[in-house]
Write a protein that binds this ligand. Structure first.
Ligand SMILES: Nc1nc2c(ncn2[C@@H]2O[C@H](COP(=O)(O)OP(=O)(O)OP(=O)(O)O)[C@@H](O)[C@H]2O)c(=O)[nH]1
Ligand SMILES: [Mg+2]
Length: 141
C-alpha cells in the first residue's frame, strides 16, 4: 500500500476511513495530533482549519507517496483554498466521504470543492456502508 497523508476538515471522516481501510472496527476517536498507523498518516482537522498549523501538514507530506484530501458530502462549504494541492510535493487525490448521508447534488458539490483544490481524481466513499471503498483501496494499493 502507498504511504498516504489524510487531510480534511474536522469530523470529515479521516480516522473512520483509516479504520475502514485497515479492516478495523469503526470506533470514534478524536484525532489530537499527527500520527502514523501502518502506511497511513492521520491528521487532526484543526491542522487544516487553523492557519498556524498548516505548515505541519506540509512537513508530514514529505513522508508519503500520496496526499488524500477528504471532503464530507454533508458539508456544503469548501474547506480547501483553490489550488491547495500545490502546497504539497507528492501528488494528491480527492475523496468525498459520508456518501451514505447525502444525495447526488451534495456529493457532486463536495467533489467540486476537491477539484477546485486541485484534485484531478475523485473517489466517493462511505466508510460506514463500505460503498466506494474497493475502488479507493485499489488506487492506494
Ligand atoms: N454515516 C457516516 N458517518 C461517518 C462516516 N465517516 C465518518 N463518520 C462519522 O463522522 C464522525 C467523525 O468522523 P472521524 O473519522 O472521527 O472524523 P475525522 O476527520 O477523523 O475528525 P478529526 O479527527 O476531528 O479531524 C464520527 O462520528 C464518524 O462515525 C461515513 O462514511 N458515514
Ligand atoms: Mg480523526
Amino acid at each position: 500500500m502507498k504511504r498516504i497523508l489524510l487531510v480534511g476538515g474536522v469530523g470529515c471522516g479521516k480516522t473512520t476511513l483509516l479504520q475502514r481501510l485497515h479492516g478495523a472496527d469503526l470506533a470514534y476517536a478524536k484525532t489530537e495530533t499527527i500520527y502514523t498507523d501502518g502506511h497511513v498518516v492521520d491528521t487532526p482537522g484543526e491542522y487544516l482549519e487553523l492557519p498556524w498549523f498548516k505548515h505541519a501538514l506540509r512537513l508530514a507530506s514529505f513522508e508519503v507517496d500520496l496526499v488524500v484530501l477528504l471532503a464530507s458530502a454533508t458539508v456544503a462549504d469548501a474547506r480547501f483554498q483553490p489550488g491547495f494541492t500545490t502546497f504539497f510535493m507528492p501528488p494528491s487525490i480527492g475523496v468525498v466521504t459520508k456518501t451514505d448521508l447525502a444525495g447526488p447534488t451534495a456529493i457532486a458539490t463536495a467533489g467540486s470543492h476537491l477539484r477546485l483544490a486541485g484534485a484531478t481524481e475523485i473517489y466517493e466513499v462511505s466508510a460506514v456502508t463500505g460503498e466506494g471503498i474497493p475502488a479507493l483501496a485499489e488506487r492506494l494499493a
